[in-house]
Design a protein around this ligand. Structure first.
Ligand SMILES: *Cc1c(COP(=O)(O)O)cnc(C)c1O
Length: 385
């Protein structure tokens, strides 16, 4: 690039040089001092993993907090998904959504299962039950829907299809921590639900996850599977994996639980402020809740429609130029990645709603520590002020 004489005088100043970056999320971390006593306890008892005291406490505390009966902790959500499929001995084809994080479909490939993508509903961006039914073949054994952005799927319609065709349902509930519908926790639906406690999620244990199980017997099978298949010192009953959560992560989860209500309340007010500020912006549509009684405001997706003065990608870039890192969740669709795109169900003609959503969606920054003035900067840029 030819140098302009001005460049010798003063380097061009962009917003990026002067304002601190704002990311789509920032992990919630309690004050460090509060974690020290937990660490001391681990150093004293020298139990680092294998279902130690913090692991047991956190399983119990999460069951109480979430309002579920049985739960098995995991070292991350992806191993939870892989193990959930193993636990139910799922084979053949599983119907799932292309509009999610890649781990959803990857968990199927890791089990030698063929993912069959079905389209999503335009209002919720969750699997459309009508499209699920149309995708069933004699090889279909299960459905893996995602409560995308923490908005509940059409759980009743999905269960009806599962009952009619004798299919299992495993929910990828990675986004759905704390979400409730009229009947209680959304995690009670289906045969199993899988949570993620990754750093970017509403409730984090650095890395972590859990499977919500309907009964003690299923939990026991899953507990064996996450510990190599061991049932006692000398008996191995299944080709299990190592999916155990460590004591450090479990202890951290116990501490996080004390702060999670405040974090959810902060998310709620940020969500309300965005909705209020963006409601009359031409070409910007805020995704609505899907009828949940208690929402978790895990994400704040907007859809940039044709009436907006610039494209979604131009807005994404404009924010980036101001040091604001919004994210295009979920773009590209899972079905666009090389290990999936050759499959018949991955064709865009099969997934028109998801394909359009992937072109329009932008997730704005939302996290408990987001400062009001920083949220205002995001709002002003989106409004074109
Ligand atoms: C985060 C996420 C996962 C994976 O969870 P990890 O704990 O990171 O392994 C799976 N599915 C969805 C939809 C996610 O957002």
């Amino acid at each position: 690039m030819p140098k302009s004489p001005l460049a010798l005088v003063s380097p061009p100043q962009t917003a990026a040089d002067i304002v601190p970056p704002i990311y789509v999320t920032q992990p919630a971390l309690p004050p460090l001092e509060e974690f020290i006593p937990y660490l001391r306890e681990i150093w004293d008892n020298k139990i680092l993993t294998n279902g130690g005291p913090f692991h047991q406490q956190l399983e119990k505390a999460l069951c109480d907090y979430l309002g579920v009966k049985h739960l098995a902790l995991f070292s991350n959500g992806t191993l939870g998904l892989v193990t959930a499929l193993q636990a139910l001995r799922i084979t053949g084809e599983v119907i799932t959504t292309p509009y999610s994080f890649v781990a959803t479909a990857h968990s199927l490939l890791w089990n030698g299962i063929k993912p069959v993508f079905a389209d999503v509903h335009p209002d919720t961006l969750n699997l459309d039950p009508a499209k699920i039914e149309a995708a069933i073949t004699p090889h279909t054994t299960a459905i893996m829907p995602v409560h995308c952005y923490g908005h509940p799927c059409d759980v009743e319609a999905i269960q009806k299809i599962a009952d009619n065709y004798n299919l299992r349902v495993i929910y990828d509930a990675a986004h759905a921590f704390g979400v409730q519908d009229q009947g209680g926790s959304v995690l009670r639906h289906g045969d199993l639900s899988v949570l993620s406690f990754h750093a970017t999620k509403v409730f984090n244990t650095f890395e972590g996850g859990a499977i919500i199980c309907p009964d003690a017997k299923t939990k026991q099978r899953i507990d064996h599977l996450k510990n190599f298949g061991f049932v006692d010192e000398t008996t191995v009953v299944a080709p299990g994996i190592n999916g155990k959560m460590s004591e450090i992560n479990a202890a951290f989860g116990m501490l996080q639980l004390q702060h999670v209500d405040a974090a959810l309340a902060r998310r709620h007010s940020i969500d309300l402020a965005y909705r209020e500020a963006l409601q009359n912006v031409t070409g910007i549509r805020c995704l609505q809740d899907a009828g949940e009684q208690v929402a978790n405001h895990a994400y704040f997706p907007i859809l940039v429609e044709a009436e907006y003065p610039m494209s979604r990608d131009a807005l994404y870039q404009k924010l980036k130029d101001s040091n604001i890192y919004a994210r295009r969740y979920f773009y590209p669709l899972i079905s666009e990645f090389p290990m999936y795109r050759g499959m018949a169900s991955a064709h865009r003609e099969n997934l028109p709603v998801a394909s359009v959503a992937a072109q329009k969606v932008l997730c704005l920054p939302i996290y408990p520590a987001l400062k009001p003035q920083d949220q205002q900067r995001v709002i002003d840029l989106v409004r074109g002020v």
